[in-house]
Ligand binder design. Structure first.
Ligand SMILES: Cc1cc2nc3c(=O)[nH]c(=O)nc-3n(C[C@H](O)[C@H](O)[C@H](O)COP(=O)(O)OP(=O)(O)OC[C@H]3O[C@@H](n4cnc5c(N)ncnc54)[C@H](O)[C@@H]3O)c2cc1C
Length: 468
């Protein structure tokens, strides 16, 4: 195949558009197929600061992506404990993130790809494909008309549905059954003050995130597992309202808004294809691997994979026989890093010992966890910890350490080295100092212990949705 042959990119989300733009600038002819006209509701509104750099790298002018969006000044989260933690974007070297209108953002990027020379078929769905001697023939449908297009190379950018690779017989491996239930609410008063933050809140069988949009509405999304929704025997809207009333901060934020009259349920699972390329095809974005919305990194990942995929394809066609395999290796490495971080963040929530949702997501602290705690730093008990309490779920994460004894010793505050020696003395235990120190680090990161006199300055690791 040479560059005058078409590459067909199926799917016009962030990953498909980034791939298209990067291929165009490398001199390829590209056809992009998109099933919608971008007028439907799209979820995933928070653009991480680093994604702005990639859009610039792709040559997209700022006014294409910087409209109808809000600047996101901070992320607030009530995660390990019920205390709200603030993470201001002023500390981020890339500045703040953006809160997008996703349909508008995707649609403007697609128009820009057209301006750059891509042939874009909107309202056109990929049905199936067949491999030819030197390329592909794709069956597509627009309204009721079925037609065919030939391609030298095929790229699956159809998001979590992974339509192209599934039609070839490959199935992504799923790591969970996460879904989202999203409601859009209008403000009760038209000029309600703008709060441009992302709010995250852990609850009994899932977690909430809410974001105020450019048009004044707020999107409040409950993340849970599909069986938790179906076992509730509730309609999604009823389930959403019930869970909203169980929340503290999300519910109070939504007091200024009308209740949603409908909700949207979407798959949100983490999954990955075993190999993200094959003979004459490769996958990008969520079609290749999808991440938990907790990471807020799906758009960033889609843009990055699009750029990498175009580079790999160009090298491959220039007889670099290992280029696609290296693209695949990079994806495997990135996914492995992602899974570790996902486990790390979910481990923090141990407040609901009987919750299916949280126990499913718990695993022990890895043995190679690094120690960074300063022995001289004073540690105190967080005001959220109630003694005596049921801290049995913490044992899923930390075995062999009596967490409640550490809590008692940390009130009043003491230097961490003193806590370790007191714990060893009182518990008469055989544990290594390392195990006790790691436990204390974990209890600080998850909000049970506090670094005394440090206000809200938690270690970076707790900065959910910005440093994932
Ligand atoms: C609840 C939720 C919240 C999220 N929040 C965030 C967030 O705050 N920040 C963030 O960065 N990410 C977030 N994400 C993830 C993010 O939305 C995705 O990772 C990102 O959209 C992936 O981009 P993509 O281009 O790979 O896939 P998609 O955006 O899913 O695009 C796929 C495209 O393919 C098209 N398509 C599908 N099937 C066909 C077909 N048969 N024929 C033609 N076209 C087809 C679709 O119409 C769509 O345009 C969230 C995800 C969920 C579920």
């Amino acid at each position: 195949m040479n560059k005058v042959c078409n590459v067909i990119v199926v799917g016009g989300g962030p990953a498909g558009i980034a791939t298209t733009l990067a291929l165009l600038s490398a001199g390829f002819k590209v056809i992009m197929i998109e099933q919608s006209d971008y007028n439907e509701i799209r979820v995933g509104e928070h653009l991480l600061p680093a994604a702005k750099l990639l859009l610039t790298q792709l040559g997209v002018p700022r006014d294409v992506w910087d409209r109808k969006c809000l600047h996101c000044s901070e992320v607030q989260s009530a995660w390990g404990t019920s205390k709200l933690i603030y993470n201001e974007s002023i500390w981020n070297p890339y500045g703040g993130g953006l809160i997008l209108n996703r349909s508008y953002f995707d649609s403007k990027l697609a128009d820009y790809a057209m301006q750059c020379g891509a042939v874009v078929y909107k309202n056109t769905a990929f049905i199936t494909c067949r491999q030819l001697e030197n390329g592909w023939i794709c069956e597509l449908r627009r309204n009721d008309e079925v037609f065919h297009l030939k391609a030298g190379f095929l790229i699956d950018a159809t998001g979590r549905s992974a339509k192209v690779v599934k039609s070839l017989g490959y199935k992504p491996e799923e790591y969970d059954k996460l879904i989202c239930v999203a409601g859009f609410c209008k403000p009760l008063q038209p000029h309600y003050p703008v709060e441009q933050c992302v709010l995250l809140e852990a609850c009994k069988d899932g977690w909430w995130y809410s974001i105020r949009l450019f048009d004044g509405r707020i999107v409040a999304t409950y993340m849970t597992d599909i069986d938790i929704l179906t076992d509730s025997h509730k309609q999604p809207l009823e389930f959403w309202i019930e869970r909203l009333h169980e929340s503290q901060y999300t519910c109070s934020r939504l007091n200024a808004y009308e209740t949603a009259s409908e909700v949207h349920v979407r798959p949100s699972q983490s999954h990955k294809l075993e190999n993200v390329y094959g003979d004459g095809w490769l996958a990008v974005g969520d079609a290749a691997m999808s991440c938990d919305p907790l990471s807020s990194a799906g758009i960033l990942k889609g843009l990055k994979m699009g750029i990498n995929a175009a580079q790999a394809l160009e090298l491959h066609l220039n007889n670099d026989s290992g280029a696609l395999a290296r693209y695949d290796e990079q994806a495997k490495e990135d996914y492995c890093t992602y899974l570790k971080k996902r486990a790390y963040y979910y481990r923090f929530v141990t407040r609901w010992p009987k919750s299916k949702f949280w126990t499913r997501r718990h695993s022990h602290l890895p043995e190679d966890t690094p120690i960074y705690l300063d022995p001289m730093i004073a540690i105190s008990l967080s005001e959220n910890v109630i003694l005596p309490g049921d801290y049995s779920l913490l044992n899923n994460v930390i075995s062999n350490i009596d967490v409640e004894m550490i809590f008692k010793l940390a009130s009043p505050a003491k230097p961490s080295h003193q806590l370790v020696s007191l714990y060893k003395k009182q518990s008469n235990c055989q544990q290594l100092d390392r195990e006790i120190i790691l436990t204390m680090q974990f209890l600080i990161e998850s909000g049970y212990l506090e670094i005394s006199n440090q206000g809200n300055q938690y270690p970076e690791a707790i900065n959910l949705r910005t440093l994932f």
